[in-house]
Design a protein around this ligand. Structure first.
Ligand SMILES: Nc1ncnc2c1ncn2[C@@H]1O[C@H](COP(=O)(O)OP(=O)(O)O)[C@@H](O)[C@H]1O
Ligand SMILES: [Mg+2]
Length: 360
C-alpha cells in the first residue's frame, strides 16, 4: 500500500564546490532507495541556491557528461515554506501543491548543506533528516573546530595553524612548530578542493591563495607520514553505534588524494578491509566511534585517518555526509560488513525517523 510507505525527500546539488559530487551520489541513492518501503521525491538545489523538484528517474548520469548539475531549467520550483503554520511540509509554490514528506535525506556535501545550515532549516520545519544534527554538522565541516573537539576528547590530530584574512604567512614560531612539508587547506571544504602540499615556506602564500578560493579561513597543517585509512560509523534505529571494517586508499605516482585522484584519474586503488595489524585495526575502529561521539554526531560519519608504519594513528577529518556513489568508500565499507547498499540506505532513513527532531 503506497500510503504505508515512508515519504523521503532527497536533497542534492547545492551551493558548494561539491555540487557535482552530490548529484552523482544522489543519482545512485535515488536508484537504490527501496521503493517497497519508500515514496521518493528528489529536490535538486542549484549552484545559486534555488530548490527544484526533479524527476528522480531523470537524474541518470549521461555518458560523456562527466559532471552533472542542477540548473534553473531543471524540474519545477520548490521551497521549504511557512514552517510555522504548516509543520513537516515542503511547498511547491508554482502549483501551491503541498508535498508532504516524512524524512529528508540531505545528500549535500560542503558548505550550505553538510555544515548545519540545512540541518537547522529542517529542525525549524520539524522534519527528521538523515545524518548528524546542527552542531556536529557545523563542527565537522570546519577542520579547525573538528580538531579542537577531537583533541579535547584525547584523540590525536596533526599540529596546525589557522590563517584568517588578510594573513598569508605564518610567524617564525609557527613555522618551527609545524616544520616542512605542510598541507594548506580551506577550513570548510571537501573533495580536496583547494588542498595543496607545500615543501617550501615561500610556496605557502600561493597555496593559501588557492585555499582562499574556497574559504577565507585556511589551515596550515604539519604533513603526517602514513597510510590513508578510512572507517565508517553508523547509528542504527535502536541507537547502537557501530564502526565498519576499515579501508585503505592507495594513490599511485607519489601524489596525495587530491580531487582528480578522487574522481577523475584512475590512480587510486582501495583495500577493504585495510590490511592492518589486528591491534591497529581495532584501535582505528574504536577511535572512529570516539570521534563520532566527540562531535556529538548522529546517523553516520566517515572518519579518515593516517596510520604510520609504527602504528601511530592520527585522525585527519570527519565527514558527516560522505560520498554515496556505488564506488564511494562509506557504502563499500558497510558492504564489506555484509550490509548492502539498499539496506544501508534503509538503516539511515529509519534511524533518522527514530531520532526525530528537537533536542535529544
Ligand atoms: N596533514 C596531512 N598530512 C598528509 N596528507 C594530508 C594532510 N592533510 C591532507 N592530506 C592529503 O590531502 C587529502 C585531502 O585533505 P583533507 O584534509 O582530507 O581534505 P578534504 O576534506 O578536502 O578531503 C587527504 O586525503 C590527504 O591525501
Ligand atoms: Mg578528506
Amino acid at each position: 500500500m503506497s500510503t504505508d510507505r515512508i515519504r523521503v525527500a532527497v536533497l542534492f546539488g547545492g551551493r558548494s564546490g561539491e555540487h557535482a559530487v552530490s548529484c552523482i551520489s544522489a543519482a545512485s541513492v535515488l536508484k537504490n532507495l527501496d521503493r517497497d518501503l519508500f515514496d521518493v521525491t528528489a529536490i535538486g538545489i542549484t549552484r545559486s541556491g534555488r530548490w527544484r523538484q526533479v524527476d528522480p528517474a531523470g537524474l541518470a548520469i549521461e555518458p560523456g557528461r562527466a559532471l552533472p548539475e542542477v540548473t534553473d531549467g531543471t524540474g519545477d520550483g520548490a521551497a521549504l515554506l511557512r514552517v510555522d503554520t504548516v509543520p513537516s511540509a515542503l511547498t511547491l509554490p508554482t502549483t501551491a501543491e503541498m508535498l508532504h514528506v516524512d524524512v529528508v535525506f540531505p545528500l549535500l556535501h560542503g558548505p550550505f548543506g553538510e555544515d548545519g545550515t540545512v540541518q537547522g532549516l529542517l529542525e525549524l520545519a520539524n522534519l527528521p533528516y538523515v545524518g548528524p544534527g546542527v552542531l556536529a554538522s557545523a563542527a565537522a565541516m570546519d577542520k579547525d573546530f573538528t580538531k579542537r573537539l577531537l583533541a579535547s576528547a584525547g584523540l590525536p590530530v596533526a599540529p596546525y595553524a589557522v590563517l584568517r584574512l588578510p594573513d598569508m604567512t605564518l610567524s617564525a614560531a609557527e613555522r618551527d612548530r609545524l616544520g616542512l612539508p605542510v598541507f594548506v587547506k580551506p577550513a570548510r571544504a571537501g573533495s580536496s578542493l583547494g588542498v595543496c602540499r607545500a615543501d617550501r615556506w615561500e610556496d605557502v602564500p600561493e597555496a593559501v591563495a588557492q585555499a582562499r578560493l574556497h574559504d577565507p579561513k585556511v589551515l596550515v597543517e604539519a604533513a603526517v607520514v602514513g597510510r590513508e585509512i578510512e572507517c565508517g560509523v553508523l547509528e542504527f534505529p535502536d541507537g547502537r553505534i557501530e564502526a565498519s571494517p576499515t579501508a585503505e586508499i592507495h594513490v599511485a605516482g607519489g601524489r596525495f588524494y587530491d580531487f582528480d585522484a578522487k574522481y577523475l584519474d584512475d590512480v587510486a586503488t582501495f583495500d577493504i578491509p585495510a590490511q592492518l595489524p589486528a591491534g591497529v585495526e581495532e584501535r582505528v575502529r574504536a577511535m572512529a566511534v570516539a570521534a563520532f561521539r566527540a562531535l556529538d554526531a548522529q546517523g553516520l560519519a566517515r572518519v579518515d585517518f593516517f596510520v604510520g608504519d609504527d602504528g601511530t594513528v592520527t585522525v585527519n577529518e570527519v565527514n558527516t555526509m560522505p560520498g554515496f556513489t556505488p564506488i564511494s568508500m562509506f557504502p563499500r565499507m558497510w558492504g564489506a560488513a555484509g550490509l548492502g547498499y539498499r539496506e544501508l540506505l534503509t538503516v539511515l532513513v529509519r534511524t533518522a525517523i527514530a531520532r526525530g527532531t528537537g533536542l535529544r
